[in-house]
Design a binder for this molecule. Structure first.
Ligand code: OGA
Ligand code: NI
Length: 355
């Protein structure tokens, strides 16, 4: 009985995959957002650019000034791009190429990875959470846990043949970069360099490959609906096709691809640890009618047993603690119980004034 149910849900996902080898000539009604939630491209701001930070001097004598730049970006934007970040261009390019190859393989080579169970450590699905999303996002997504790599790499996709080797190299490089960013952000919070590394216990690194096929009606749909990321920080390789937008002062701003740069944004846990000083900013991705877009975010943050609460360096009489402490496992339970909704889960952990 249960194995039948499993096969059915698996087939349900396979049936809904957008990367099914066909061009989409029209959009099914399940993907059409109500008018006030549509992209409204005419309202998107092109006058603001998120900061670009050069990490060349991060590990040299000018470290303090790079840390200050990162601190300003965390304070004011919650989103920034980084260049000279140390991840080799060849590793980035091979990752992007193998990701495309994966989504361009015949469906039967990918179908076995399909699942709608968000707890699976490796899975292929569509939209954000197809069991919860009221309107579907125009995106297929491969999710895989990456740390410690030797615990997971053997369950990653077996095809294309070079997938594990190439994606494994990329995951390792992103981890090294992320640990450097953690040290810098810890210093920006007036803590020891090791603060985030320690607080996050055994760590949790999850890489997604988001695949947005060309969409016949980009005005009616969203690649990924507005949300904030739940974890510590996200490092995104977005390729050369634009689509990512972030909310800045109530307006959507496009993050134009910069060759070889990576996009960094802070997740909800850094908002809590910084006691609301750093923001986990809402973002979304739009679709386009001509070119498939691939974006590869790595979500890096605490393991489920890590205890998260505002850092004491960020709390004083003037800035009382805004959030109660909790384990990341508790947070993820709340996150999984809903689809992509505008209101961040982080508000559920706020301390009510007057209590
Ligand atoms: C995400 C995300 C943006 C993009 O997967 O959480 O925000 O450009 N992706 O794909
Ligand atoms: Ni996101």
């Amino acid at each position: 009985m249960s194995s039948t149910a499993h096969v059915e849900t698996h087939l349900d996902v396979v049936e809904k995959l957008l990367s099914n080898g066909f061009n989409h000539l029209q959009v099914n009604k399940n993907y059409i957002f109500p008018p006030n939630e549509r992209p409204h491209m005419e309202e998107v701001s092109h006058s603001y650019r998120i900061p670009v930070i050069d990490l060349k001097d991060l590990d040299g004598p000018a470290r303090k000034s790079v840390v200050n730049e990162i601190k300003r970006a965390c304070d004011e934007d919650g989103f920034f791009q980084i260049v000279n970040h140390g991840v080799p261009e060849t590793v980035m390019k091979s990752m992007m190429d193998i990701a495309r190859e994966f989504f361009e393989m015949p469906l039967e080579d990918r179908a076995c990875l399909c699942s709608e169970d968000t707890r699976q450590l490796v899975r292929l699905s569509t939209s954000f959470n197809i069991t919860k999303d009221k309107i579907l996002n125009w995106m297929d997504v491969l999710t895989q846990h990456c740390h410690p790599l030797e615990e997971f790499i053997h369950i990653w996709p077996q095809k294309p043949a070079a997938y594990r080797e190439i994606a494994g190299k990329y995951a390792k490089e992103i981890r090294v970069l992320t640990l450097r960013l953690f040290a810098a952000i810890s210093e920006a919070m007036e803590k020891d360099s090791d603060y985030l590394n320690t607080i996050f216990k055994k760590h949790r690194q999850v890489m997604n490959i988001n695949y947005y096929p060309p969409c016949p009606n980009p005005d009616l749909t969203l690649g990924i609906a507005p949300h904030s990321d739940p974890g510590g920080i996200t490092v995104l390789m977005q390729g050369l096709v634009s689509g990512l937008q972030v909310l800045k002062d109530g307006k959507w701003v496009a993050v134009e691809p910069t060759p070889n740069a990576l996009v960094v944004n802070l997740g909800d846990q850094l908002q809590v640890l910084s006691n609301g000083r750093f923001q986990s900013i809402e973002h979304r991705a739009i679709t386009n009618s001509t070119t498939a877009r691939i974006a590869i975010p790595t979500f890096y943050g605490p393991s489920l047993d890590a205890f998260i609460s505002p850092a004491e360096s960020m709390v004083d009489e003037e800035h009382p603690a805004l959030y109660r402490g909790y384990t990341y496992g508790e947070y993820m339970e709340a996150f999984r119980s809903q689809g992509l909704e505008r209101k961040s889960i982080v508000d559920r952990f706020k301390i009510q004034i007057g209590q």
